[in-house]
Design a protein around this ligand. Structure first.
Ligand SMILES: Cc1cc2nc3c(=O)[nH]c(=O)nc-3n(C[C@H](O)[C@H](O)[C@H](O)COP(=O)(O)OP(=O)(O)OC[C@H]3O[C@@H](n4cnc5c(N)ncnc54)[C@H](O)[C@@H]3O)c2cc1C
Length: 448
C-alpha cells in the first residue's frame, strides 16, 4: 500500500499480539464492515518463549514466523493487514499514521472505532515497534552472546518473567556467572503476580525463593531503581545506581517488567484526559476511553483485567472490545466488561516457570479441578494411581510432566514438558507458521 493513500475503515485494531488478533476476529464477524489490522511487523514472535530464545538465540527461529502469508487469515475477507507500525493516532481526527518504514510506510488510515492492543514496552523481551525481522534477529543474537559472556547479570523485576529469565539463564548459560534478581519488595513474585492476582500465595513465594536461591544460585536483592536510564536493557558492562545510593556492576542488565503501556503514539485534543501518568488509557468499566468513546483498549487501560491465566484474560478482553466496537458502529449501548472466560479468572498462575527444558524447573501451583487430579496434586500417588485418561492415554506411563510419581507436582520433568506445551497454543492466538524466518534472513544469520 502506498504511503500517500488514505484509507477509510470502520474498525482499526493496533497490535501484533494475541489481544489484537482476538479483537480483529470478533470485529471481522460482521462481514459488511471494513477492518484495518495494523499488525505493525513483517514477522510474528511467540512472546511466551522470550526467555528461552533470549538466552539461547538458536531457539529463536522455532518461535518466529517471517512469512506473512502464513498468519494472514484468508477467512477474513473484510480485513486489511498493515505491516508497518503506528507512528501516531490523532484521536481528534480519528486518523492513524504509520511509521515511514516497512511495507506500508507512511500509510494513513481513518477509523470510526479503534482498539488499541499494543501491550507494554518490554525491552528485548518484545520487539520494538518498527523493527524489521533482521534487526530483531540481530538483537536477539546480541542478547544471547552478551548473556553467554557475562560474569554478572542483573534482571530487574521479580515477577513471573524475571523468575523465568533467571531459570532460563542457568539452563542455557550454566552457573559460572553471578545472577542478581532485583525486587522492589525484597520478595519474588511481587510485581505482575501481585497485581494480577488478589494476593501471592506465601507458600508459593517461599518455595520459589528457595528454589531460585538454593538450586539456581540467584541472589534476590531488595532494591528499587527509579533512574529512567534503566528502563532500557544494557548489553555491555556498566554500573546500576540503586535508589538507596548503592551501585552494582553488571555485564548485562535487563528490565523484566512491563515498563509502560505502548500508547505513546496516542494524541488527544487540548484538555482531553486521554492517558494517565503511566501511559494507560483512562477508561471506564467498558474498557472504553473516557475522552474518546470510540477508542477501546486491551491490557493498556486504567481498568485492569485481573486474574490468571493472563492470556485467557487478554483473549476475553479483546473479544469484548471487538464486540463493543461493533455495538458502537450500530449505535447500540456499549457494555461493561465482565470476564466470563474459560478458564475463569484465577487468583494465582497455574504454573511457575523457572527455566524450560532439561536443567529447568517448573511448579504446577494453581491448576483447576480435573487437571489437578491428573497432575497428582490430590493424592501425590502419580501413575498408575491417576484416573484415566490422564497419563494412561496422553503419554505412555509417567513422563514426569506433572512431577515425579509420589512427589510434589514440580521439578525438571514439568519444565521439559512445558516446552512441548508452549508449542500447542500459538495457533489458537493467531501465531502461525512459526519455525520459519522466511527469505529476509540469509542462511549465514541463522544459528540453528
Ligand atoms: C516471557 C513471558 C512468559 C509468559 N508466560 C505466560 C504464561 O505462561 N501464561 C500466560 O497466560 N501468559 C503468559 N505471558 C503473558 C502473555 O504473553 C501476555 O499476556 C500476552 O502476550 C499479551 O498479549 P497482548 O496482545 O495484549 O500484548 P503483546 O503480546 O505484548 O502484543 C502487543 C504487540 O503490539 C505491538 N505494538 C506496540 N506498539 C505498536 C505500534 N505502535 N504499532 C503496531 N504494533 C505495536 C507490540 O510490539 C507487540 O508485539 C507471558 C509473557 C512473557 C513475556
Amino acid at each position: 500500500m502506498s504511503g500517500e493513500k488514505r484509507s477509510e475503515f470502520d474498525v482499526a485494531v493496533i497490535g501484533a499480539g494475541m489481544g489484537a488478533y482476538h479483537a480483529v476476529e470478533e470485529a471481522a464477524k460482521k462481514k459488511d464492515i471494513k477492518v484495518a489490522f495494523i499488525q505493525g511487523f513483517t514477522f510474528q514472535e511467540w512472546p511466551l518463549a522470550a526467555c528461552i530464545f533470549l538466552n539461547n538465540p538458536k531457539e529463536h527461529e522455532k518461535w518466529t514466523s517471517g512469512v506473512a502469508e502464513t498468519w494472514q487469515e484468508k477467512k477474513w475477507p473484510n480485513v486489511t493487514y498493515f505491516l508497518s507500525s503506528v507512528e501516531t493516532v490523532e484521536c481528534e481526527k480519528k486518523e492513524i499514521t504509520l511509521m515511514n518504514k516497512g511495507p506500508d510506510a507512511g500509510a494513513r488510515i481513518t477509523y470510526k472505532a479503534l482498539i488499541v492492543a499494543t501491550g507494554a514496552k518490554s525491552p528485548l523481551i518484545a520487539p520494538t515497534p518498527g523493527m524489521s525481522l533482521s534487526e530483531r534477529v540481530k538483537e536477539v543474537q546480541a542478547c544471547g552472546q552478551a548473556l553467554k559472556n557475562a560474569k554478572t547479570v542483573i534482571f530487574n523485576g521479580s515477577g513471573l518473567v524475571g523468575v523465568e529469565m533467571c531459570g532460563d539463564f542457568r539452563v542455557h548459560n550454566g552457573y559460572g556467572a553471578k545472577v542478581i534478581l532485583l525486587s522492589r519488595s525484597g520478595k519474588v513474585l511481587d510485581s505482575d503476580y501481585g497485581e494480577k492476582s488478589r494476593k501471592p500465595d506465601p507458600a508459593v513465594v517461599q518455595k520459589v525463593t528457595g528454589i531460585l536461591t538454593e538450586k539456581f544460585k540467584v541472589e534476590v536483592k531488595h532494591a528499587s531503581v527509579s533512574d529512567p536510564t534503566y528502563t532500557d536493557a544494557i548489553l555491555s558492562p556498566g554500573k546500576l545506581k540503586l535508589d538507596n545510593g548503592e551501585t552494582l556492576d553488571f555485564d548485562v542488565y535487563i528490565p523484566c517488567y512491563p515498563v509502560r503501556p505502548n500508547t505513546a503514539f496516542l494524541t488527544g485534543g487540548e484538555g482531553k484526559q486521554l492517558l494517565d501518568a503511566s501511559g494507560a488509557i483512562i477508561s471506564n468499566e467498558c474498557l472504553q476511553s473516557q475522552a474518546y468513546p470510540e477508542v477501546f483498549g486491551v491490557g493498556v487501560t486504567t481498568t485492569k483485567v485481573p486474574g490468571h491465566p493472563v492470556s485467557a484474560r487478554i483473549t476475553i478482553a479483546s473479544q469484548h472490545c471487538g464486540k463493543q466496537a461493533l455495538a458502537l458502529l450500530q449505535g447500540k449501548e456499549v457494555q461493561k466488561f465482565v470476564d466470563k472466560g474459560t478458564p475463569p479468572p484465577m487468583d494465582h498462575p497455574m504454573n511457575m516457570k523457572i527455566g524450560h527444558g532439561p536443567g529447568g524447573y517448573m511448579i504446577w501451583s494453581g491448576l483447576p479441578g480435573p487437571a489437578k487430579i491428573c497432575c497428582c496434586q490430590c493424592c501425590g500417588g502419580g501413575f498408575p494411581f491417576c484416573p484415566p485418561p490422564c497419563c494412561w492415554c496422553c503419554i505412555p506411563g509417567c513422563a514426569h510432566g506433572c512431577g515425579t510419581c509420589c512427589g510434589p507436582p514440580e521439578g525438571e520433568g514439568p519444565a521439559i514438558f512445558m516446552v512441548g506445551l508452549l508449542g500447542k497454543f500459538p495457533g489458537s492466538h493467531g501465531y502461525k507458521g512459526l519455525g520459519n524466518y522466511g527469505p529476509e534472513i540469509p542462511q549465514q544469520m541463522r544459528m540453528s
